[in-house]
Design a binder for this molecule. Structure first.
Ligand SMILES: NC(=O)c1ccc[n+]([C@@H]2O[C@H](COP(=O)([O-])OP(=O)(O)OC[C@H]3O[C@@H](n4cnc5c(N)ncnc54)[C@H](O)[C@@H]3O)[C@@H](O)[C@H]2O)c1
Length: 397
C-alpha cells in the first residue's frame, strides 16, 4: 500500500494505545504501512513513545522500537490526526454497564464526537466488539454512502503478534466497497480473509466468546461437583481425555474472567431479550467459583483467625492485565469473612502486593488463582493448605 498521495497515513487506529489497537498498529507498521495511533491516554502515550510496551504483549516491544525508529508509527493525542488516514480503525473499549447492559449509546456518541474528523472516502473499520446492529447505527449516524466495515479481533490477549499472522480475519461491511477495502487492508497482515455478512460477523464474535465462557463454566461446575464428592477434578479430567478424543475439549477449572468473556456473553443475552439461559447459568457458575472456594475453606477454618494468600492477580496466566480479575473478588469475600489476605502476582505491579515467597511464608492457606508459569512446580511446605485448581504446585516433603 505504501504512502498514499492524499493521506499522510495509511491507517489511523482510534484507541490505538489499548490492548487491541497497539499490537495491531505495530504489526501494520512493521509491514511498511504508515500508521497513526490516536488515543486520549497521555500517560500511556509517553510510555509507548519511548518504545516501551505499557502491558505484556509477547514479541511486541522490539517491533515497536523498530517502527518508531523508521518513522512508520506515529502516536497522537490530537483527534484531528484521524482525518489524515486513508483507513480509520476503531478499537476503543465497549463495556457493559453495572446492570450488564451494553453501553451502545456511548459508542455512538463517540462516533458523533469524531465525525468532524472523518471523510467520506475513508474506510471506517470497527474492530471493537459490538452489540449486533451497532455498525448499521454507525452508518445511519454518518449517512448514506460511507464505507463502514466490521473486522472483529479474535486474538488471545498477550499473543497478538503471533496470532495476527496466523488467524483468518473476518471481514464484513455495509457495502461491497467497504468489504473489498477492508479485505485488502487486512490481507497485508492476515493469512486469509473470510468475508461474511454483517449479522454473521457480529454473531461470530459474540458466539465465540460466549462459547468459551460456557465451556469454562462446564469445567467449573464439574470442579465443584467433584470437590463436593472429595474427588480431584483434574484427575478425573485427565482420565476422561486419555485416549478419548471426544472429551479433549474439556478445559481445566479456573477463574473465567477478564474484560471480554462475561461482557460479551451478557451483550448476547441483552440482544436476545435476556433469553440466554446457558449464558446466565455460565455467569452464575463462573462468578460463583470464588464463593465456592471460600465456603469450603470456612468449613475447615475459622477465617477470622486465618491468613490466606492469593497467588496470581491477573485475569489469566502469564499476562499483567488485572481487568475484571476474579482474584480480587476472592480477596473481598475472604476479607468479608475476617481473613487476613495477601496478594501476589508475577507480572502485575502493585505496591500492596507481596512476593510469592513472602506470601507463602505469611499465609496458612494459599490459593493459586492463576497458573502463571512461575508457579509451576513451586514447592509449598506441607503444613500449608493449598487450593490449587490447576495442580501446578507441589507439596514439599
Ligand atoms: N483485550 C482483548 O484481548 C480483546 C480481544 C478481542 C476484542 N476486544 C475488544 O476490543 C475493544 C478494545 O478492548 P481493549 O482490551 O483493547 O481495551 P483497552 O481499554 O485496552 O483499550 C482501549 C483504548 O481506547 C482508548 N480510548 C478510549 N476512548 C477513546 C477516545 N474517545 N478516543 C481515542 N481513544 C480512546 C483508551 O485510552 C485505550 O487506550 C473492546 O471492544 C473489546 O471488547 C478485546
Amino acid at each position: 500500500m505504501g504512502n498514499n498521495t492524499n493521506y499522510e497515513f495509511d491507517v489511523a487506529i482510534v484507541g490505538g494505545l489499548g490492548h487491541v489497537g497497539l499490537p495491531l498498529g505495530v504489526v501494520f507498521a512493521n509491514k511498511g504501512l504508515k500508521v497513526c495511533l490516536c488515543d486520549i491516554d497521555k500517560k500511556t502515550a509517553d510510555i509507548v513513545k519511548k518504545g516501551k510496551m505499557p502491558f505484556i504483549e509477547y514479541g511486541a516491544e522490539p517491533i515497536l522500537k523498530k517502527v518508531l525508529q523508521n518513522g512508520n508509527l506515529t502516536i497522537s493525542l490530537d483527534d484531528h490526526f484521524i482525518s489524515k488516514a486513508k483507513n480509520v480503525i476503531v478499537a476503543i473499549g465497549t463495556p457493559v454497564d453495572e446492570y450488564l447492559n451494553p453501553k451502545t449509546r456511548q459508542f455512538l456518541e463517540f462516533f458523533g464526537g469524531i465525525k468532524k474528523n472523518l471523510r467520506k472516502d475513508q474506510l471506517i473499520v470497527i474492530r471493537s466488539t459490538v452489540y449486533p446492529h451497532t455498525c448499521k447505527q454507525v452508518l445511519n449516524l454518518l449517512g448514506e454512502g460511507w464505507k463502514v466495515a466490521y473486522c472483529p479481533e479474535r486474538i488471545v490477549q498477550g499473543y497478538a503478534i503471533k496470532e495476527l499472522k496466523e488467524l483468518p480475519q473476518i471481514a464484513a461491511g455495509l457495502s461491497d466497497k467497504a468489504v473489498e477495502e477492508a479485505s485488502e487492508l487486512f490481507s497485508k497482515i492476515a493469512p486469509n480473509i473470510i468475508k461474511t455478512a454483517m449479522g454473521e460477523a457480529e454473531l461470530v464474535k459474540l458466539f465465540s466468546n460466549a462459547w468459551r465462557y460456557i465451556q469454562f463454566a462446564v469445567a467449573n461446575q464439574f470442579y465443584m461437583i467433584a470437590n463436593n464428592f472429595d474427588v480431584d477434578y483434574e484427575k478425573v479430567r485427565h482420565v476422561m481425555r486419555e485416549g478419548y478424543e471426544r472429551a479433549h475439549s474439556l478445559p481445566s477449572a479456573g477463574f473465567a474472567a477478564g474484560p471480554c468473556l462475561l461482557k460479551d456473553t451478557m451483550q448476547l443475552s441483552a440482544f436476545n431479550s435476556n433469553n440466554f439461559l446457558l449464558g446466565h447459568a455460565a455467569m452464575m457458575i463462573n462468578e460463583g467459583l470464588p464463593n465456592f472456594i471460600v465456603d469450603r475453606l470456612r468449613k475447615k477454618y475459622d477465617l477470622g483467625k486465618t491468613k490466606v494468600g492469593i497467588l496470581g492477580m491477573a485475569f489469566k496466566a502469564d499476562i499483567d492485565d488485572v481487568r475484571d480479575s476474579l482474584s480480587f473478588k476472592l480477596g473481598k469475600i475472604l476479607r468479608f469473612h475476617g481473613a487476613g489476605v495477601y496478594y501476589s502476582d508475577e507480572y502485575s505491579k502493585n505496591p500492596n502486593f507481596v512476593s510469592k515467597e513472602e506470601l507463602i511464608r505469611q499465609s496458612e492457606v494459599i490459593i493459586v488463582a492463576v497458573p502463571h508459569s512461575a508457579y509451576k512446580g513451586m514447592k509449598i511446605p506441607n503444613n500449608k493448605e493449598v487450593v490449587d485448581l490447576w495442580n501446578v504446585t507441589k507439596k514439599k516433603k
